[in-house]
Design a protein around this ligand. Structure first.
Ligand SMILES: [Zn+2]
Ligand SMILES: [Zn+2]
Ligand SMILES: [Zn+2]
Length: 289
C-alpha cells in the first residue's frame, strides 16, 4: 500500500535553475556566505535564543507549537501532520534548532512554494484521496548552503574543543578499572587504561569531549552493564569477570551514542552530506524530466 510519489504541477520549475528565484541567487554570487549568514543571526523569540545550547525548546516552522530540543521527532511528526511539510535527510542537519529557526523566519517572509517541491501522494487515486506535501531539501541552494554552514560551524566548534583538550593539563579523572586518580593531560589516563587494562578507545587526539565520554562509560559500568555486549549483570564482580574473561574490555562499535566523541565522525558527516547532495539532486532532476 505504498503511496506513489510524483511531483505535482506546483513544483519548483526551471526558473530555479536559471537562478531567478531568491534561493538560487543566494549561492550564485561571491557574497553567498554573507547572504546566508545574515539571516542565521536568529531573532530572539519565545524559546528561541541565539545558541542552541541555551534554547530548551524548538518551535514549529509555521505555528506556536514548541517541543523540547531533545524531542525532534515529535516536532517533525507535528509538521508533517499539521502543515504537510517533510524535511529531507533531517538526520544530517548538524544543528536542528538553528535550522528550524532559520526556516521559520524565511517562511514568514515568502510563500512556501518559493522553497519547497510539492509531492503528490496517491496520484493515481481519485482526486479526493490525493494529497499534496511540501518537501524541504537541499536541492534548494539556500537549504544546501544553510546545511553546509551549520555543519562547518559545528566542525569548527569541535576542532576548537579538541585543541583545547589536547593542550589542557588540568584534566582530572579516575580509572574505571582500578580507581586510580590521574591528573594532568587526558592522555595519561587513556594511556593507562590501554596499557594496564587493555581498554582502548582510540588515540587521545582523535577523541573530543573526553570527560563526557568517560562519564558516559562510567555510568554504564555503574549500571552493571558490559561496555561491549551491553548485557546487564547482577553485581560488580560478575561484570568485571565477564568483561575480563570474554575480552569485552572495549566499547561496542555499533553503539552510535559514542560517535559524537570521535572527531572523524564530524569530518565524515561533512563529506557524506556532499554525497547525499548528488544522490538526491539526481533523483529530483530525473523525476522532473
Ligand atoms: Zn505547527
Ligand atoms: Zn587503572
Ligand atoms: Zn560483554
Amino acid at each position: 500500500m505504498a503511496a506513489p510519489l510524483t511531483q505535482g504541477p506546483a513544483t519548483r520549475g526551471e526558473e530555479d535553475v536559471d537562478g531567478k528565484r531568491r534561493g538560487a541567487r543566494v549561492v550564485s554570487n561571491e557574497d553567498s556566505k554573507d547572504c546566508i549568514l545574515e539571516p542565521l543571526s536568529l531573532p530572539e523569540g519565545p524559546g528561541g535564543t541565539t545558541t542552541s545550547e541555551a534554547s530548551p525548546s524548538v518551535p514549529c516552522i509555521f505555528c506556536e507549537e514548541h517541543v523540547p530540543a531533545t524531542e525532534q521527532d515529535k516536532l517533525l511528526k507535528h509538521m508533517i501532520i499539521e502543515h504537510k511539510i517533510v524535511i529531507a535527510d533531517v538526520k544530517l542537519v548538524a544543528d536542528f534548532p538553528r535550522y528550524i529557526l532559520y526556516w521559520r523566519k524565511r517562511f514568514a517572509e515568502q510563500p512556501i512554494t518559493d522553497f519547497c517541491s510539492v509531492i503528490r501522494i496517491n496520484s493515481t487515486a481519485p482526486l479526493e484521496e490525493q494529497d499534496n506535501y511540501f518537501l524541504l531539501c537541499d536541492v534548494l541552494p539556500e537549504d544546501r548552503v544553510l546545511r553546509e554552514e551549520l555543519q562547518k560551524r559545528r566542525l569548527r566548534e569541535i576542532l576548537e574543543q579538541q585543541q583545547q583538550e589536547r593542550n589542557d593539563n588540568s584534566f582530572r579523572g579516575i580509572c574505571m578499572f582500578c580507581n586510580e586518580e590521574f591528573l594532568g593531560n587526558r592522555s595519561v589516563l587513556l594511556n593507562h587504561m590501554a596499557r594496564e587494562h587493555a581498554f582502548n578507545i582510540g588515540l587521545p587526539d582523535n577523541i573530543v569531549n573526553c570527560s563526557e565520554f568517560l562519564r558516559t562509560l562510567q555510568k554504564k559500568l555503574n549500571n552493571l552493564q558490559c561496555l561491549y555486549c551491553e548485557k546487564t549483570f547482577r553485581d560488580k564482580n560478575t561484570l568485571k569477570d565477564h568483561m575480563r574473561k570474554k575480552q569485552h574490555r572495549r566499547i561496542n562499535p555499533k553503539n552510535r551514542e559514542y560517535d559524537r566523541f570521535y572527531v572523524i565522525n564530524y569530518l565524515v558527516s561533512l563529506s557524506l552530506h556532499s554525497k547525499f547532495d548528488c544522490i538526491s539532486a539526481n533523483k529530483i532532476s530525473l523525476r522532473a524530466i
